[in-house]
Ligand binder design. Structure first.
Ligand code: ACM
Ligand code: ZN
Length: 714
């Protein structure tokens, strides 16, 4: 008996890698259901889900059957189920799907897609429904334009992972993207720009359709909305106002304050709709009338974020409005503006949603708030009885890099803050990932910014199952083939190496990433993927940089890490034992450490370590620290933080290159050294704005800390 039980246990299927995790899942047995050439489908209603089902098993015809029966996949609407709810029951003889609505049926099929292995599906019972009703994906098509086909591709991906609100950011300073009958000038004058790549200060709109940009015709919008609807997705259009609307004010300067013509100065701070004149309200009523006709969404997003109130402060009409409406200030003027817009939206039978700035000066009575500058706006709105969609930059901004919004970080998110309880918590409709596209010029980059962390967002918004990131990572790994089938170029981190700069020794340890994969290497980072070879099969090159990366399952390369191994360099003689480093300084406007290296310094002195205590003046200067450093161990991680650029060399070799003008950021590198004294050389420049310089170390038993003074000598 014991032996038999053991065999059965071995045969029992592993828990399949579903994302998002369902409410409940149960293995029913070890015999799968097999889809055969005579397997049929029964559905009492015409369902898009049935069409999708056929894409899972393309080799089986899956003819329609008029009755529920065995050797069939049977769909049945269950009136007691809520929207999006489903039960998927896979037995060896049949598959039964019960659903609350068409979305529920589709989600059952998408779950089935993840369970299917060729033509077989595990015997399984899944009972499932979402935690949140708003599971959003926002796409900015203004800063960079995405075609109808590209938008549909996102909608397909959303349906796969049970996301259901597509927030289409159609208006912003980068271009007006929706053609309206009443105002053809909006897309004629506002949909193309001369400059690309993206630069806020260089937006110059043009009527030349050979410029960068594009727009959607009404027919295309209807097509997208219908395509989304089939997939259970509501398209929520965003028409930005009163700020972030350069194109409309460019097309109709009298919509702005003071009829300003050429609006962008040298920043994103562009002109806004004048809240003193009536014209913008008439214009927006016309615009919204056409918008609601195109979009059946119950919500219309009116933006409301980042309004530069300087325009209103300096505008006679706006100041007059503040007086006549007895408003306190420009915040209340914004509130006045948004309330008027809400009336228009409500009069058309729709609900207004806006970014959390619409709270300033008093929230419009029926507004839904999208909380992005944190969660405070969302908490305040929920406490005052308003619906809320959480989308804080901390977890939901997928234009941010993975180091700041990692997959793990997204996964750890709870859209309901602990401050909200009971009825207040129920005000949180859900959450949303936002894809702003200033730095996302194409689909390849888009894919990488979205995947795999959208998998984490999907689970956060759908599932109530307890969080376990290790287990989730395994399911992420198992999801890559499905993403690759969809042609997704997901982000694949660079291999994490304990050390990436080696003196004498080859690296031995690559700390395993959560997405453990073999490591490939090349001396030429531009070499095609197939020429990258498995690390460990060859001697590593010495005294030159080499590169390592993971490969996706389809053979393409992930992010590339640069490593360096030196076999020539031994610790230099200790020489003098005078403590401290020599510091030299330059005065001038530099953009790179190269700019001052050849110049004679203005002066010099001694510093106890690396930092800005040696700064010669507030702005526009450079420093160079030279001397020796003794490492009391073998493996260390060095962190170089600077604002602006800095470069660290050991024995003349560039170990950290953090050069160029930039804000307060950190670059780190692992070094593996022989115990001893090395030549130390750190260059730094400050080019206006903030300033920072820190060199920290951790490893060989040390917690991260500034490099101790006692390590330096000259
Ligand atoms: C926003 O990110 N400005 C809503
Ligand atoms: Zn004005």
């Amino acid at each position: 008996m014991f032996g038999v039980a053991l065999v059965l246990a071995n045969l029992a299927p592993e828990v399949p890698p579903l994302i998002p995790l369902p409410q409940s899942q149960k293995v029913l047995g070890t015999t799968p259901f097999a889809v055969k050439t005579d397997t049929k489908i029964n559905s009492e209603q015409p369902l898009f889900a049935v069409q999708e089902l056929r894409t899972i098993f393309p080799s089986a015809p899956l003819a329609d059957s008029p009755v529920r029966a065995a050797n069939q996949i049977n769909f049945r609407r269950e009136p007691t189920f809520q929207a999006e709810q489903y039960v998927l029951n896979v037995a060896p003889t049949r598959i039964d799907i019960a659903y609350g609505d068409a979305s529920g049926a589709l989600y059952a099929v998408e779950t089935l897609r993840q369970l299917a292995n060729q033509n077989q599906v595990l015997s399984y019972r899944i009972e499932d429904k979402p935690r949140f009703s708003w599971r959003g994906w926002h796409l900015d098509v203004s800063r960079h334009f995405f075609t109808v086909a590209e938008v549909k591709r996102s909608l397909d991906q959303m349906a796969r992972y049970k996301l259901n609100r597509f927030h289409w950011h159609l208006v912003d300073d980068g271009g007006w993207r929706i053609a309206l009958d009443r105002y053809p000038e909006l897309t004629k004058k506002g949909a193309y720009r001369k400059s690309e790549p993206w630069s806020y200060s260089k937006i110059e709109l043009t009527t030349d359709t050979k410029g960068y940009g594009g727009f959607y015709t009404k027919q295309e919008v209807r097509d997208v909305v219908a395509y989304a609807k089939e997939r259970g997705i509501t398209v929520v259009p965003e028409i930005e106002m009163p700020g972030h609307t350069l194109p409309s004010i460019h097309a109709f300067p009298s919509l702005g304050c003071r009829d300003a013509k050429r609006i962008p100065d040298n920043s994103w701070v562009t002109n806004v709709y004048c809240a003193g004149k009536e014209l913008p309200f008439q214009f927006l009523e016309d615009v919204l009338s056409e918008v609601v006709e195109l979009f059946p969404s119950p919500w219309i997003h009116i933006g409301g974020d980042e309004v530069d109130k300087k325009w209103w402060r300096e505008c006679e009409d706006c100041q007059e409005r503040i007086k006549t409406e007895k408003l306190k200030d420009e915040n209340e003027l914004q509130s006045y503006f948004i309330r008027r817009i809400e009336k228009l939206v409500n009069a058309k039978g729709r609900r207004m949603i806006g970014w959390d700035e619409i709270l300033e000066g008093g929230l419009a009575p029926n507004a839904t708030v999208m909380s992005w500058r944190g969660i405070e706006g969302g908490i305040a709105a929920a406490k005052s009885g308003h619906d809320v969609v959480m989308s804080p930059t901390s977890h939901c901004y997928f234009d941010y890099g993975y180091p700041s919004v990692s997959t793990e970080h997204v996964y750890s998110w709870d859209p309901v803050p602990k401050e909200l309880k009971g009825k207040e918590a129920e005000r949180v409709l859900g959450g949303q990932a936002n894809v702003w596209t200033e730095w996302i010029p194409d689909v390849r980059r888009y894919d990488m910014m979205v995947w795999p962390r959208m998998l984490a967002m999907s689970e956060v918004l759908w599932s109530t199952a307890p969080k376990d990131f290790t287990a989730f990572s395994k399911r992420v790994n198992a999801s890559y083939p499905l993403l690759e089938q969809m042609g997704v170029d997901y982000y694949l981190e660079e291999p994490v190496t304990e050390t990436s700069f080696f003196f004498n020794k080859a690296p031995t340890v690559f700390s395993s990433s959560q997405f453990a994969r073999p490591v490939y290497f090349q001396v030429d980072p531009k070499a095609p993927a197939e020429q990258w070879e498995l690390l460990g099969q060859h001697e590593l090159p010495a005294n030159k940089a080499f590169y390592v990366a993971y490969k996706r399952n389809n053979g393409t390369l992930g992010d590339i890490a640069e490593l360096y191994r030196s076999d020539k360099i031994a610790p230099v003689p200790a020489g003098s034992v005078v403590s401290g480093l020599k510091v030299s300084f330059w005065e001038g406007t530099y953009k790179s450490c190269r700019d001052f290296e050849e110049l004679s310094p203005k002066g010099s002195g001694v510093a106890n370590g690396v930092g800005l205590f040696a700064r010669p003046r507030a702005n526009n200067y450079a420093l160079r620290f030279t001397g020796k450093i003794r490492f009391p161990g073998r493996k260390f991680k060095l962190y170089l933080t600077s604002d602006d650029g800095s470069v660290l060399r050991l024995n003349g070799i560039k170990v950290i290159n953090h050069d160029g003008p930039h804000g307060d950021t950190t670059k780190s590198v692992g070094v593996e050294v022989a115990d001893g004294v090395y030549d130390f050389d750190l260059r730094y420049f400050e080019a206006g704005g903030g300033s920072a310089l820190r060199l920290e170390v951790e490893g060989s038993g040390l917690k991260r800390q500034p490099v101790p003074q006692s390590w330096f000598s000259r």
